[in-house]
Design a protein around this ligand. Structure first.
Ligand code: ATP
Ligand code: MG
Length: 334
């Protein structure tokens, strides 16, 4: 059957003060119904440009200069922003790359999720409120009712990314574009979020375009991998084909350079013989009190809540935990 989306020979450029930058130079790809496709390539290869073009969210200084973006039979490549608004949300949703800039800092989480819901379906406020809590829950956020009252800065980076997932699935889109969060989130949190996203989209039958610079992530998550280099698609195939039998030279280099795909993991370094305790942390605690909001009591956050450990001379101690677990606060205390 016909694919959900087909991009043909797409070209685009950015106008800058120093001239034009050709970001897409004839890119093409297909995404089937319910399929997860990973878009892989190094920084600057055009991944975000291509994925934003699909959803009509290119910046002001960008323009599409040729090619087609076919949703079913409809070519949306030259659609206006106004036309795209009818697709955005209910046909295509975007989980943006940077959770810190993608949420409005002066609006509660609830306000933003409810806005996303009501953009697609007219419903009374109370039902939208209940639906918002349900969406946060589906995106893997605990105590959703509490979170709805909070502002983005009160949430960890991983939590904010989950809110963006909730917003993106609010309109039950056929296609979700997930521009993988890069440095903003640590690896454990990122893995959990991707696990959750995979489960959720499988359940809803949503197609996914997963944008990543990490071939390992692509191999784990996608049915097919599409490799981008210099604004072109240089390789496309099932994850197995691309990893075991890449035809393009650039892809071969990517595969060779991907950690974990070929090398076994390193054994941990042996403990130092010298066991002098350099630093001993005992029951460290740190609380933050958030200012009271109208009609509500002050909120206390227990950022560090009874942490103890010894650090030996000459030892390297790794403090591991997901985003928001209190690593930085602990490091500052000692
Ligand atoms: P990353 O992995 O770092 O997110 P990417 O693959 O998403 O990279 P793009 O952001 O799509 O790459 O960039 C493609 C090309 O377009 C690059 O040469 C980049 O410098 C340029 N570019 C991207 N955004 C703009 C912009 N707003 N104005 C001018 N040039 C831009
Ligand atoms: Mg990008």
């Amino acid at each position: 059957s016909a694919p959900l989306l087909r991009v043909e020979n797409l070209t685009s450029e950015y106008l800058t003060t120093r001239g034009t930058v050709e970001a897409l130079r004839g890119a093409g790809l297909e995404i089937g119904h319910g399929e997860t496709v990973a878009l892989v390539g190094e920084s600057g290869s055009g991944k975000s440009t291509l994925s934003h073009a699909l959803i009509g969210l290119l910046p002001e200084n960008a323009r599409i200069t040729g090619g087609k973006i076919l949703f079913g039979d409809t070519d949306v490549a030259d659609w206006s922003d106004r036309q795209f608004r009818t697709l955005r949300g209910n046909r295509i949703g975007l989980i943006p790359q940077d959770p810190t800039v993608s949420l409005n800092p002066v609006r509660t989480i609830g306000h933003q999720v409810i806005e996303a819901i009501r953009a697609h379906r007219k419903m009374p406020k109370a039902s939208a409120q209940a639906e918002a809590a349900e969406l946060l829950d589906r995106a893997g956020i605990d105590r959703p009712q509490t979170r709805l009252q909070q502002y983005p800065h009160q949430l960890s980076g991983g939590m904010r990314q989950r809110v963006l997932i909730a917003i993106a699935i609010a309109g039950r889109p056929d296609l979700l574009i997930a521009d993988e969060p890069t440095s903003a989130l640590d690896a454990t949190v990122q893995k959990k979020i991707l696990d959750h996203l995979q489960e959720l989209t499988a359940e809803l039958g949503t197609s996914v375009l997963l944008v990543t610079h990490d071939l390992g992530v692509a191999a784990d998550r996608a049915d097919r991998i599409v490799v981008m280099n210099g604004g072109r698609i240089v390789e496309a195939g099932t994850s197995d084909e691309v990893l075991t039998n890449p035809t393009d030279a650039y892809t071969r280099r990517l595969v060779a350079a991907a950690p974990g795909l070929s090398e076994p993991s390193r054994a941990p370094a042996p403990l130092p013989a010298d066991t002098e305790v350099l630093l001993s942390a005992k029951d460290l605690r740190r609380e933050f009190t958030l200012p009271a909001r109208r009609g509500e009591p002050k909120q206390t956050i227990h950022a560090v809540d009874g942490v103890s450990f010894d650090l030996l001379r000459g030892e390297t101690l790794a403090l591991v935990g997901e985003s928001g677990s209190g690593k930085s606060t602990t490091a500052k205390l000692v």
